[in-house]
Write a protein of this length. Structure first.
Length: 292
């Protein structure tokens, strides 16, 4: 069980942990990233994406109720309560809480993005701060995965455009994998054909994009030690990919707050969370259409 003491949960893109980042071989940083008002502009854009674009794009159709626009959030107390229930002896408690929130009118989109994802980050904090043991955290994350699978399977399957193919991968040895599943879930809801690889080697990723056509590859990293390997992997992907204009996006704690690191490893952009990954992937696909 969890011991008493808390700190605020970190924000991340595909991942669920917070780590300090190192550096990769220096490459030119676009002028826009050096603007004095960059943070303010980024915050405004994130607000527009969360409040206007994402609800229209993702449209988890049958479960959206009146008054639920997909941008609602849960309080810290609610996330903490839900996190404790995922680690409780009663295995049905977390599902009962999830269904209670759904009955209150929250869409599955809202529950996945604003309840399950922050809870996964909170469980990671508990472990890192020694507030509970590894077994409790493992049980908690497994129950979150179960909810994602059970309720995700209830969605209508959207029509998939054959060009909307994405490969999502975590870096080798990555321990925080719930985030990549969340990205995959939302991208499937938006009509993407999603393939997920957890911890593939550079060779395995290269073989995948050489064998099959993908519009976009997304790579998650939470530890700074993997930056150089990610850079080499991206270089190799671009060299052998069947899609010569393949888009590459990155996410995870290493890139959160440091978008210039996406440039340093050779990626086309960084997504700070799962909804942003859906938007960025679509943007990269549209850019490819103009290159043909």
């Amino acid at each position: 069980m969890r011991r008493n003491s808390e700190k605020s949960a970190p924000n991340s893109a595909f991942s669920d942990a917070e780590t300090s980042a190192g550096s990769y071989a220096a490459k030119p940083v676009p002028p826009v990233l050096r603007r004095a008002d960059y943070r303010e502009r980024q915050a405004r854009l994130a607000s527009v994406i969360a409040q206007q674009i994402v609800p229209r794009l993702l449209l988890i159709h049958t479960n959206t109720r009146r008054g639920d626009d997909g941008a609602e959030t849960f309080t810290r107390e609610e996330i903490t309560e839900f996190g404790d229930l995922t680690m409780a002896q009663d295995s049905a408690a977390a599902r009962a809480y999830f269904e209670k929130m759904q009955a209150r009118g929250h869409s599955l989109e809202t529950l996945f993005v604003h309840l399950l994802a922050p809870t996964a980050r909170r469980l990671g904090e508990y472990w890192e701060q020694d507030l509970c043991d590894f077994i409790d955290v493992t049980i908690g994350v497994a129950r979150l995965q179960e909810l994602l699978t059970i309720f995700g399977a209830a969605d209508d399957i959207p029509l998939i455009d054959l060009q909307h193919r994405v490969l999502l991968a975590t870096a080798p040895g990555e321990q925080h994998v719930f985030g990549i599943d969340m990205v995959g879930k939302l991208m499937r809801g938006a009509g993407w054909d999603v393939t997920i690889r957890k911890g593939p080697s550079i060779r395995e990723i290269a073989e995948a994009v050489a064998a099959d056509w993908y519009a976009v590859v997304g790579v998650a990293l939470s530890a700074d030690a993997g930056l150089e390997e990610i850079g080499r992997s991206i270089d190799e992907m671009r060299r052998v990919s069947r899609n010569k204009h393949i888009g590459v996006m990155v996410g995870g704690a290493v890139f959160t707050g440091h978008p210039e690191r996406a440039v340093q490893v050779g990626a086309d952009g960084v997504a700070d969370d799962a909804p942003a990954a859906v938007i960025l992937a679509k943007k990269l696909l549209l850019m490819q259409a103009r290159m043909v």
